[in-house]
Ligand binder design. Structure first.
Ligand SMILES: Cc1ncc(COP(=O)(O)O)c(C=O)c1O
Length: 382
C-alpha cells in the first residue's frame, strides 16, 4: 500500500472471492441449464429442494422467488387476513412486517432483547394482549433469527402454544444456524429463508425457500406458488402468486451449498477473532446458550455518546466499509408507524437503531484484513 494513496478498500461482502473459490463449477452448472432449457421447474429445482432438506433436516422444502415471497406464501396458505394480528419484532428488515400488511392483517410490533437482538418474550406476551385489547385476533408470531443467530425457539413455541398462535420463523438471515443442536428449518417449525446474494447462502439473483415437516402444508404452498393451481395450472382453486425459484438460481445454489458448511466455519472464525480483538472496546455480539449463528452481519454497539457517523467516516477513510442495520426500527418507518406496538413501548429497538453498526463479514476475510479492521475500530474507540 502506498502511504500517499488511500488504503485499499475492503469489500463488505466479497462475492468475487467466493466466485474464485468456486472456479468453473457454477459456470458449468448454469451452462447445463442453458443447454436443457427447462428454465422453470427444471430438474435442478427438485435436486436443490432435496439437498436443502438433507442439509437442515426438514421433511419438505418448497423453494420460491424470494425470502419475502416465502413469508407471504405461508401467511396466504394459512388464510391470514383482515382482523388477524401477527406479532413481529420491530428491529428487523421491513419484509417481516410488510408481508403481514400485504395480507390485510395487522402487524403488531414487539420489542427485542438487548443482548441477542432477537424477539423479547415479555414484550411478545404484552403484544398479544395489546392485539386482543384492540379487537384483533392474534394468529401468528414471526420471530426473526436476526443477523444469523437463532432465536429462543422453545420459549417462543411455548408462548405460541399457550396463546393459540402458529410460529413462522423468518430465518432469511440465518439458514445454516442451529438451535439446541438442530438446524433452523429442521425441527418442525415452519421456517423461511432468503437466498438474496448478500445472505450467508445466496444465489446470483433473488430466491427463497420454505421448510416444513407437514406434507399437506407443503402441497398447499406448491399450489400458492403457482397461482393457486389445483389439478393443473389452468385449474385455479385458490388465490396465489407466481413465486417460483428459477432453474438457473437453483443450479447456482446447488454448487454453493456444497461449500456452505465450510463457509459457516470460516465466518465463525472471523467472529471469534473480532470478539477477541474488540470485546473490551465496543459491545460485541452475544450468543445465547444452545444456539449458533451464521453471522449474516457482525453488528457491534458503540459506547454511549460515540458519534456513529464520525466512526463510520473514520473507518471509511481507511477503506473499511460499515453498514447500519437498521437505522430505524419498523415502527419508526413512515409506512408502518400507524400499526400497533406492544404495550410498554419498544425502547430496546429504538436504542439499537441509534447505536448499532455492522463491520465487514464474510467467509473470505483473511486475518491481516481482520486485523486492519480491528485496529481501525480500536483506534477510534480508545
Ligand atoms: C429478516 C428478513 N426477512 C425477510 C427478508 C426478505 O428476503 P428477500 O430479500 O429475499 O425478499 C430479508 C432480506 O433481507 C430479511 O433480512
Amino acid at each position: 500500500m502506498n502511504q500517499h494513496l488511500r488504503p485499499d478498500p475492503i469489500p463488505f461482502i466479497d462475492i468475487a472471492a467466493q466466485r474464485r473459490r468456486l472456479g468453473r463449477s457454477v459456470d458449468d452448472a448454469v451452462a447445463r441449464v442453458l443447454a436443457h432449457c427447462q428454465f422453470i421447474n427444471g430438474p435442478e429445482v427438485t435436486e436443490l429442494e432435496a439437498a436443502l432438506a438433507a442439509f437442515c433436516g426438514a421433511k419438505h422444502v418448497v423453494t420460491c422467488a424470494s425470502g419475502t415471497d416465502a413469508l407471504l406464501m405461508v401467511l396466504m396458505a394459512k388464510g391470514i387476513g383482515r382482523g388477524d394480528a401477527v406479532l413481529c419484532p420491530s428491529f428487523t428488515f421491513c419484509a417481516t412486517g410488510e408481508v403481514v400488511a400485504l395480507t390485510g392483517a395487522t402487524p403488531v410490533f414487539v420489542d427485542v432483547d438487548e443482548a441477542t437482538f432477537n424477539i423479547d418474550l415479555a414484550s411478545l406476551k404484552r403484544g398479544i394482549a395489546t392485539a386482543r385489547r384492540l379487537g384483533l385476533k392474534p394468529r401468528a408470531v414471526i420471530p426473526v433469527d436476526l443477523f444469523g443467530q437463532s432465536a429462543d425457539h422453545d420459549a417462543i413455541g411455548a408462548i405460541a402454544t399457550a396463546e393459540g398462535l402458529f410460529v413462522l420463523d423468518d430465518a432469511a438471515q440465518s439458514f445454516g444456524a442451529s438451535y439446541k443442536g438442530r438446524r433452523l428449518g429442521g425441527f418442525g417449525v415452519i421456517t423461511t429463508t432468503s437466498f438474496f446474494p448478500a445472505k450467508p447462502l445466496g444465489c446470483f439473483g433473488d430466491g427463497g425457500a420454505i421448510f416444513t415437516d407437514d406434507a399437506e402444508f407443503a402441497e398447499l404452498l406448491r399450489s400458492v406458488r403457482v397461482h393457486g393451481q389445483g389439478s393443473d395450472k389452468y385449474d385455479n382453486v385458490r388465490i396465489g402468486l407466481t413465486a417460483r425459484l428459477d432453474t438457473v438460481q437453483a443450479a447456482v445454489l446447488i454448487e454453493k451449498l456444497k461449500i456452505f458448511e465450510d463457509e459457516i466455519a470460516a465466518r465463525n472464525r472471523v467472529a471469534q477473532r473480532y470478539a477477541q480483538g474488540l470485546g473490551n472496546v465496543v459491545t460485541v455480539p452475544h450468543l445465547a446458550g444452545g444456539v449458533t449463528s451464521v453471522w449474516a452481519q457482525y453488528t457491534i454497539r458503540l459506547p454511549k455518546g460515540t458519534d456513529r457517523d464520525g466512526f463510520a467516516s473514520a473507518l471509511k477513510a481507511q477503506g473499511i466499509p460499515t453498514a447500519i442495520y437498521y437505522p430505524k426500527s419498523m415502527h419508526q418507518q413512515t409506512a408502518y408507524m400507524d400499526f400497533p406496538i406492544a404495550d410498554g413501548g419498544l425502547p430496546v429497538c429504538e436504542r439499537l437503531s441509534s447505536d448499532v453498526i455492522s463491520l465487514p463479514m464474510h467467509a473470505y476475510l483473511d486475518e491481516p484484513t481482520q486485523d486492519r479492521i480491528i485496529k481501525a475500530v480500536r483506534g477510534y474507540s480508545t
